[in-house]
Design a protein. Structure first.
Length: 576
């Protein structure tokens, strides 16, 4: 009898037990997720605490980024003249310094020579939590300081105002200085000051501020003025290029100059914009203004009218004489060509106080220059208009104006007789200020002829730029000082316009106290100092400004040429 053995059954866990295992696994996953969540929360809370209790450097960087940024300033062609870039600030947490502080101070002084070792040691031993060691550090300096390996030294990005053209148009642009009340950098002079709110406004600063300045013309003017100033050993020099039809300032230069990137190294003299802040007696450059007044008022109705210049003029205890006396009667063109003080004084005497002072007022000589800059000076106006005052102001003595006043007056003389305010902002086509009529078109046309004759036949010969049809007038005046006039120092000016057949631009060059040197033939008059500067500036920039040289064109002076007479051996350029 065989016995059948039972086959063993497969092992199976009860259903309830499987559920328990699944729940346990889920629980473990939940716990793991909670641990991860808690870890992330700790990190986030720590970051929040760090953000709330940020170091002064971090807080400062945030403030700087938000409120110290400014809009760009560009020239009329879009070339950058001022912009905000990111720079580096180097700071330290004094209480966290790990290394030897004396050794660290010595190494920092070697890398940052603007301060000595004692200064750095004082910073490293401060009780405060943070202090800056250097602002606007270069990338190479940041790399060198970082290589010292001190963890307490930190680096923060901060905005920096950069003037990429360095000294170019420095007085136009100005510079910035901290404004504690506003909590930001604010404009301290120039365009930076005049348009401070616009440049700082977060909405407006999104687009650049476009100036009327042409950086190419500005560079040429500064170059020629600087070369002449150095050659003639002058105390200073100024220059202006002005659009006669719009009032736009194409170039404005004042020397000595400063670097707005390093304004702390500048002195008060170099910070001064002599084009708008300094007033000068500009001498014979006033004579065309007087002549225009005589024509406009009917005192002079014929260019052939003659005035006695045979001998010095004695009035009220004063003697008016000519530097290079012709000792004869002079007609109108000859009065200007030979720059006769005597004939001009006689003409002014017939014009009279009321009409001459009224013309000066119409030309803006009674007020500060009409321009956006805040740095400007009011002319020195005669307190009492005696007969001698009328005569002397007619040839630029006894009244002092800025070079910009003179530039604006000459623009009025040649542009058809319209005075317009000057501007440092680019003017869109057809949007020039309406201005006010000061002279009739016929008087302006006559002045264009006379100014051209002064360059071709008279004292302004050295201002000629071939093909550009330059017209203008010299002016040399003794420097006022010490209750009188300095006999060994003068201000020499040449005021020009071109092309005279259809004037587009006025160019002014002025030298303050040039010396008698070989380069100016040992002469300090405007004919030998300022006039050549104007010639070179026009020759360099005329084509840039859209005026092509053309020797076949010129203003018609044929009716005036027969009125001229030159004595044998006479040199009109010697007169002032």
């Amino acid at each position: 009898m065989s016995i059948a053995l039972a086959r063993p059954m497969p092992h199976r866990r009860p259903t309830a037990q499987r559920h328990v295992l699944i729940q346990t696994a889920h629980m473990r996953l939940m716990i793991l997720l909670l641990l991860f969540t808690a870890a992330i929360a700790v990190v986030l809370i720590r970051l929040a605490v760090l953000a709330i209790s940020a170091d002064p450097a971090t807080a400062r960087a945030a403030i700087l980024s938000a409120s110290w940024s400014r809009g760009d300033i560009v020239d009329r062609n879009g070339e950058p003249l001022a912009r905000t870039i990111e720079a580096w600030g180097i700071g330290v947490h004094p209480r966290k310094v790990l290394g030897d502080k004396n050794e660290l101070a010595a190494k920092l002084a070697a890398l940052i020579p603007t301060h000595d070792e004692a200064w750095f040691y004082e910073r490293l031993t401060m009780t405060s939590s943070f202090t800056f060691l250097e602002h606007h550090a270069s990338p190479s300096l940041v790399t060198a300081v970082n290589a010292l390996g001190e963890p307490a030294v930190v680096f923060e990005k901060e905005p920096e105002r950069l003037y990429p053209q360095t000294t170019l148009a420095a007085h136009v642009l100005g510079f910035l200085s901290p404004d504690a009340a506003a909590g930001r950098l604010a404009g301290a002079s120039g365009i930076e000051r005049a348009f401070d709110e616009r440049l700082a406004n977060p909405i407006d600063r999104a687009s650049p501020l476009t100036l009327s300045i042409d950086y190419r013309v500005q560079a040429a003017m500064e170059s020629e003025l600087g070369a002449a100033m150095n050659a003639y050993q002058a105390r200073g020099a100024t220059g202006v290029v002005l659009d006669v039809n719009t009032g736009e300032v194409i170039a404005m230069a004042s020397l000595p100059v400063f670097n707005p990137n390093k304004v702390g190294t500048a002195n008060s003299e170099s910070l001064r914009n002599n084009v708008t802040q300094s007033v000068y007696e500009l001498g014979s450059a006033f004579k065309p203004i007087t002549m225009a007044t005589a024509i406009e008022t009917g005192v002079v109705t014929s260019m052939a009218k003659r005035f006695d210049a045979t001998q010095a003029l004695h009035v009220g205890g004063f003697t008016i004489h000519d530097d290079h006396a012709q000792k004869r009667y002079l007609n109108i063109p000859e009065t200007l060509i030979h720059s006769s003080n005597i004939a001009t004084a006689r003409i002014a005497d017939q014009i009279g106080k009321d009409r001459l002072s009224a013309m000066f007022t119409k030309l803006g000589f009674g007020t500060k220059p009409d321009i956006e800059l805040r740095e400007k000076q009011k002319p020195i106006w005669p307190k009492y208009w005696a007969r001698t005052t009328v005569m002397t102001t007619a040839y630029g003595h006894g009244i002092a104006v800025t070079p910009l006043h003179l530039a604006n007056a000459y623009a009025t003389l040649v542009n058809g007789g319209i005075w317009r305010p000057t501007t440092l902002l680019r003017v869109a086509p057809g949007q020039a200020a309406k201005g006010r009529r000061v002279l009739s078109p016929s008087t302006s046309a006559r002045m264009r002829q006379l100014l051209r004759l002064i360059v071709t036949q008279g004292t302004g010969r050295m201002a000629e730029a071939p093909g550009y049809r330059v017209g203008g007038k010299t002016g040399t005046a003794e420097v006022a000082g010490g209750g009188g006039y300095l006999k060994n120092a003068n201000v020499s000016t040449f005021a020009a316009a071109f092309p005279m057949d259809s004037p587009r631009y006025v160019v002014i060059a002025m030298m303050d106290s040039p010396k008698r040197v070989k380069e100016n033939s040992f002469q300090t008059t405007a004919a030998y100092t300022a006039a050549p500067v104007v010639s070179r500036v026009i020759s360099r920039t005329g084509a840039m400004l859209g005026v092509m040289p053309d020797n076949a064109r010129d203003v018609d002076v044929s009716e005036l040429l027969p009125l001229l007479w030159h004595a044998p051996g006479e040199t009109p350029a010697d007169a002032e």
